[in-house]
Design a protein around this ligand. Structure first.
Ligand code: PPS
Length: 302
């Protein structure tokens, strides 16, 4: 084990996961502690930001975008793990460096990640008119994926039973807050800002069609052959086997992949294996109330 991993193992021995809040949104306490630094984060004009609700397919789209920016150079895309190539601005994973510090130390052009709801995004992203790719995934699959992630990620609180987690998720009482507010907030923001809003389900259905949206937004032109190469390299199976994308380089005391792998299923509709009939009714009623009139619509099966 290297020195860095040993430090992490020592640190995690005494860890007790505590949550705090910023403007009513739950976050790990470590994020709340450096909130001023996060809020005052200085974006740069040539940054590109990927924004998502947790478990919406961030890592997948990060890898696709990295390969588009690298014009399909797979070898270069393997230069570092996804979470090193793309600093996660509001994370403060002690004893490692914070996302803000990692981003500040990075040369331009930077590619950054956030799960922040729209109202908490550091204002300099808007001041600098940064381009944002927002990836949305249907709430039912997000909820299932997040439930497993809570169990394996030792930096997040224990989710409790599935039934308990279902209620918490629906109430927005989970880290990074309400799925509904998140997807709607970012959807509305695209009227005013440079935001490309794409869906996980669309990417599963027809990746090349979605790559073309990304290409236009990122002002890139790539041949069909290169797009096919990207599709191959970012398939669920390829990313599950790739140590740079499957988070296997993170020590098990932080992400315990024996409980649930980071690259878990990668499907649309796994919620059907978890939602009880009664939960589905409750969820659909809430969804109708919250999403109706927003102009947004999600597919929960293909
Ligand atoms: S995180 O921790 O919030 O950044 O997680 P995130 O990367 O957003 O989401 C993880 C889920 O995305 C799935 N995934 C993929 N699906 C399809 N194809 C590819 N290549 C792919 N890569 C990651 C991953 O398996 C998680 O979803 P679940 O449903 O848990 O499998």
């Amino acid at each position: 084990m290297d020195e860095e991993s040993q430090k992490i193992v020592e640190f995690m021995k005494d860890i007790e996961v505590k949550m705090g809040q910023v403007e009513g949104i739950p976050f790990p306490e470590s994020t709340c502690e450096i909130w001023d630094q996060i809020h005052n984060f200085q974006a740069r004009e040539d940054d590109i930001l990927i924004a998502t609700y947790p478990k919406a397919g961030t890592t997948w789209v990060q890898e696709i975008m990295d390969l588009i920016l690298l014009e399909g150079d797979v070898e270069k895309s393997m230069r570092a793990p996804s979470f090193v190539k793309v600093p996660f601005i509001e994370i403060n994973p002690k004893p490692r460096k914070s996302g803000v510090d990692n981003a500040n130390a990075m040369e331009s052009p930077r590619f950054l990640k956030t799960h922040l709801p729209i109202q908490l995004l550091p204002p300099s992203f808007w001041d600098k008119n940064v381009r944002v790719v927002y990836v949305a995934r249907n709430a039912k699959d997000c909820m299932v994926s997040y439930f497993y992630f809570h169990q394996m990620n030792k930096g997040l609180p224990d989710p409790g039973t599935w039934d308990e987690y279902f209620s918490k998720f629906l109430a927005g009482d989970v880290p990074w807050g309400s799925w509904f507010d998140h997807v709607i907030g970012w959807w509305k923001a695209k009227e005013k800002h440079q935001i490309l809003y794409i869906f996980y389900e669309d990417l599963i259905e027809d990746p090349i069609r979605e790559y073309r949206k990304l290409l236009k937004f990122l002002r890139k032109h790539l041949s069909d052959e290169v797009l096919e190469k990207i599709r191959h390299h970012t398939s669920f199976q390829a990313m599950k086997e790739n140590p740079m994308t499957n988070y296997s380089v993170v020590p098990a005391v932080v992400l315990d992949q024996s409980i649930s792998p980071f690259m878990r299923k990668g499907e649309v509709g796994d919620w059907k294996n978890h939602f009880l009939v009664a939960q589905n009714i409750v969820f659909d009623e809430e969804y109708k109330k919250r999403i109706e009139g927003s102009g947004l619509s999600f597919r929960t099966q293909l």
